[in-house]
Write a protein that binds this ligand. Structure first.
Ligand code: 4AD
Length: 464
């Protein structure tokens, strides 16, 4: 006898098979005819399979009739065509074993809907709900597409370090990694912390981005990407920021900004297409239960080319919009979420790539334009989320790069290895970073980034 998943048991090809199924009871309903219906879910798909449990089972009165929502069970039975609407099959049980119970008084996930806020307090149990099961499967799918897409395009997957001494974004939003005793810090004669005595012999941090290291491989293997967790110690309590998030960062030698934008657009479209094609049940669930405008929005994004607009043009549009902003608008000021969302959701009603930002707003590694005022930056904005990708053409001139570091208060001596990439066989190159949780917000219609990562880390919260 085969053990199969609920996903397999729900397909009509399974009819006639005698199988074992294992999972968790979603609901149990006792019929007047002396038998019970159990809705069984094992996470293999969104839907449940209906188990028909006859009263003749030896443990029917003692066990089956007491199975509660959340109990774990092992079931043997025959898959039959279901006479009921909306399901191809049902399983007629010949044996049911309860593996673990879930007392109704204490098991928090009863049938009624729960708020996402409440579910965050039980993040270890929320994967058992329809929404979080769907999000986990979608997250898997997107991760797989990321690898498929780059593999098909001839990229190599590079594992960049989690612990680093470099601040890639130069924003100082770093988590320190140390083995020093914080209650008894060793001091130098000048009374500053003596990092010579620390584990790495110098200050070390959790990475904010694998870009600098992946550039080293782009400047030898051509097309590469890194994909892993990144960490930002910004005190941003917003529905779009996490302190720990996953980022995929492709980096390509010989790509200019236009090549970079073309790749970013093709990449996003492939992720959307794969989600729709390969997770149809979960995507239908999001479109039905989370956001009714989701599926039309995703389809429209697939159909249209992304607009490409300079930062300077975008600022002019914002200034002429006649709107009042919480944060002021003006050339040289950073764009806030309200501005980005106005541009993509109301003004253009389309994904839009903003380019050529003022050099003062962007990190040292971006290539300076001939105007001397702007850099070859690109931010991809999408409706419903705002910024989803940030990237640029990189500064490949060693002298300009070093000057940009100084201008931003970064000591070039700490980045000699990075400058070497420009000293020896330098090439034009470009890359970008896509936040995995931002694309999951976009694909699912979920409103809060804390709900699209299994265990969110945000200021004041590292539960579970
Ligand atoms: O624009 P960012 O900071 O770019 C970089 O880190 C570059 N080194 C990427 C590169 O060129 N290789 O971040 C890139 C993306 C953002 O567009 C956003 O999707 C996501 O990472 N992101 C965050 N997601 C969740 N929480 C945060 N705190 C995030 N910060 C950035």
């Amino acid at each position: 006898m085969d053990t199969i998943s609920v996903a397999e048991a729900r397909k009509s090809e399974a009819v006639g098979r005698v199988v074992q199924l294992r999972g968790w009871v979603r609901t149990r309903r006792d019929s007047k005819g002396g038998f019970s219906f159990i809705e069984l879910n094992d996470g293999s798909c969104q839907g449940n399979v209906q188990i028909v449990a006859p009263g003749e089972l030896p443990n029917y009165d003692a066990v089956v009739k007491h199975l509660l929502t959340g109990a774990s069970v092992s079931i043997t039975g025959e898959v039959k065509a279901s006479p009921a609407k909306g399901q191809a099959t049902e399983v007629h049980a010949t044996a049911i074993t309860q593996l673990g119970d879930a007392p109704a008084e204490t098991y928090p996930l009863q049938k009624k809907g729960h708020t996402f806020e409440f579910l965050r307090t039980i993040a270890h149990l929320r994967p058992r709900t329809n929404t979080f099961g769907a999000l986990a499967r979608l997250r898997h799918r997107v991760s797989k597409t990321i690898h498929d897409f780059f593999d098909e395009q001839g990229f190599y997957y590079i594992h960049t370090p989690i612990i680093t001494a470099s601040d890639c974004e130069g924003a100082g939003a770093l988590f320190r990694v140390t083995t020093l005793d914080l209650d008894k810090l060793p001091l130098t004669p000048a009374k500053s912390v003596d990092y010579d005595q620390d584990f790495f012999g110098k200050p070390a941090f959790l990475t904010v981005s694998g870009q600098l290291q992946v550039e080293s491989f782009a400047c030898s293997l051509g097309k590469v990407y890194t994909f892993g967790p990144t960490f930002r110690a910004e005190n941003s309590n917003t529905p779009r920021h996490l302190a720990e998030f996953w980022m995929v960062e492709p980096e390509m030698a010989f790509f200019d900004l236009t090549d970079n934008m073309n790749l970013a657009e093709a990449f996003l479209k492939r992720i959307i297409r794969d989600a729709l094609d390969k997770c149809p049940e979960d995507m239908a669930f999001f479109g039905e239960r989370i956001d009714k405008t989701l599926l039309p929005r995703l389809h429209s994004v697939l159909e249209k080319p992304f607009l490409r607009v300079s930062y300077t043009e975008a600022v002019a549009i914002l200034e002429q919009s006649g709107k009042t902003w919480e944060y002021p608008v003006g050339w040289g000021r950073d764009l806030q979420s309200e501005h980005e969302r106005f541009l993509t959701e109301q003004h253009f009603q389309s994904p839009v790539i903003l380019t050529d930002y003022p050099r003062t707003l962007k990190p040292f590694y971006m290539k300076v334009n001939d105007d001397g005022k702007t850099v070859r930056a690109m931010d991809v904005l999408v409706p419903g989320v705002g910024e989803i990708i940030g990237g640029s053409q990189r500064e490949e001139r060693a002298d300009v790069l070093e000057q940009r570091m100084r201008e931003q208060g970064i000591d070039p001596t700490a980045y000699q290895w990075y400058l070497d990439l420009r000293r020896f066989g330098t090439v034009p190159h470009s890359g970008f970073g896509l936040g995995l949780e931002r694309i999951l917000l976009f694909l699912s219609g979920m409103a809060n980034i804390r709900d699209v990562i299994p265990f969110p880390r945000t200021p004041g919260n590292a539960e579970f």
